[in-house]
Structure formats: C-alpha cells, structure tokens
Design a protein around this ligand. Structure first.
Ligand SMILES: Nc1ncnc2c1ncn2[C@@H]1O[C@H](COP(=O)(O)OP(=O)(O)OP(=O)(O)O)[C@@H](O)[C@H]1O
Length: 254
C-alpha cells in the first residue's frame, strides 16, 4: 500500500469518566481514502474513541487533528463545518422512527444543502440503490429488518458524500450473510467514492478481509496497528489471544 496522507491524527488522548480512565495516552493515525478497522474488547472505549474524531466527546488531554486542524478548541459553528465532512453510522443505525426511509435519508441533505426537492429525491434514490434497497422510500423504519435498517443508516451516512465515514459496529447482531453483505458494501463505498472509513468491529474475519489498517485498542491505548497480514502474524500475546478468540492468555476474560 502506497503511503497515504493521514486525514485524522489522535495524539496522546486521555479521557476519564469520573474515576474511570477510558483512554490513556492513545495515539492513532487514520490514512485518507482507506479502511481502518478498530478492534478491542467490549466496553474498552472504541465508541468513545470514535466520538472524539467528530468532536462529540472532548479529550481531557491530547489532540484530535482532522485535516491537520486541532478540533479541540473549535466553537460550535466551526465544529459543524468539520462534522459536514463526516458521515456516521451509529451502533443501532439510529433512524428516526417517526420518519419514513425517504425522510431519514433526506434529513442531512435538507439540513446542510439547498438542493431542490427533485434533486434530493434523486440523491435519496441513488443512495438507496447503492445500499441495495431501491424503492423502499415510503417504508417506515419499524417495517425493516435489522440489516435493512443498517443499510438505510448507511445510505443516510453517505448522503452528503462525506470524506470520512465512521461505522460503529455495523455488523453486530446480523446473520453471516448480511454481515458479509455489509462488509462488501463498506468496501464498495470506499472504492467507489474514495471515502476514508473508520470501522469499529467485533467481526475479526470481516476486518481481516476489508481493512487496509487494523488497530487494536487495549487498556486505553492502541497496542498494535498495521495491515491485516501484520496483525494476523503479530506475536504480541494480547493481539494473538484477541484475534484467535482464546480464553487462555494475558487478557482476563471474566
Ligand atoms: N458519556 C459517558 N459517560 C460515562 N461513561 C461513559 C460514557 N461513554 C462511555 N462511557 C464508559 O466508557 C467505557 C467505554 O465505552 P465504549 O462505549 O466506548 O466501549 P466500546 O469499546 O465501544 O464497547 P462495545 O464494544 O461493548 O460497544 C465504558 O465503561 C462506558 O461505560
């Protein structure tokens, strides 16, 4: 892989909630136009890490650089400008249940652009086609399966054609076929739109398939990052135990 510019840099991040230290001097760089998958234990701070990238959570110490700009000191208006560069697929897809699929996907377009109604309808149809759900505009979220909801969430996340999409556990709770379909969709989206993708995942096999970079979060730090081959061949006992799913090793399971 040719060296890519880093679009996001996390430097020495520290985050505490009360007396609990969740991030403990974490460093990570996200290369532009690539897929980075972050793995790590449940409750280990992966979502907290992702939320720092768009300024939803502010660090107690350290810096978050997006395109070289430290977002820690921005006011709300400036943060909104930065957030426009991002799409986010939250853990539970976070659709607005009272709105149709059309209105859900149209939401960011209405909020952030002055496109005409016809143009919005065209973009919504296009994005739903991209995620393999053409023609579902009129349905309500409650009428959709979990996998379909995730795909609608993805259509909404890419509606503004953002530079960066953050995916918080896009495949958790899905069957193996839907998991494969979503993984392929993430890879296709990255290839077709040249999007930088950051994915939190518990699906190690999928991560090894789609990632350009895998980073492992453990005890508040990134303890290993590299290509899937490098992570697969790692001789770090913590990484080995985690990717092999073994209860024996340095990570205390219960
Ligand atoms: N806003 C908050 N206030 C207090 N504690 C929080 C807050 N957000 C997260 N935490 C705590 O930080 C820790 C890390 O949570 P986080 O959701 O980032 O874990 P995760 O690695 O994404 O887990 P999972 O894989 O289970 O989704 C947890 O102990 C959680 O309770």
């Amino acid at each position: 892989m040719a060296a890519a510019e880093n679009i996001i840099e996390l430097r020495d991040l520290v985050k505490n909630f009360g007396r609990q230290r969740v991030l403990d001097g974490l460093n990570l760089t996200i290369p532009r136009g690539r897929i980075t998958v972050i793995i790590g234990r449940s409750g280990g701070g992966k979502s907290v890490l992702l939320k720092h990238m768009i300024g939803l959570i502010k660090p107690d110490a350290g810096q978050v650089l997006v395109g070289g700009q430290d977002i820690g000191h921005l006011d709300d208006r400036q943060l909104n400008q930065i957030r426009r560069r991002f799409g986010m697929l939250f853990q539970d897809a976070a659709l607005f249940d009272s709105m149709s699929v059309f209105d859900n996907v149209a939401f960011p377009l209405r909020e952030h652009t002055s496109h005409s109604a016809a143009e919005i309808a065209r973009i919504v149809a296009d994005k739903l086609r991209m995620v393999g759900l053409p023609g579902v505009e009129a349905k309500m979220p409650s009428q959709l399966s979990g996998g379909m909801r995730k795909r609608v969430g993805l259509a909404r996340a890419i509606a503004l054609e953002p530079e960066i999409v953050l995916y918080d556990e896009p495949t958790t709770g899905l069957d193996p076929l839907m998991t494969e379909a979503i993984n392929r969709l993430i890879a296709d989206t990255q290839e077709r739109l040249g999007i930088t993708s950051v994915v939190i995942s518990h699906d190690i096999a999928g991560a090894l398939k789609i990632a350009h970079q895998i980073a492992m979060l453990y005890q508040g730090r990134i303890i290993a990052s590299g290509s899937p081959e490098q992570i697969g061949d790692s001789d770090d006992p913590v990484v080995r135990q985690f990717i092999s799913g073994s209860v024996e090793g340095p990570i205390e399971v219960l």
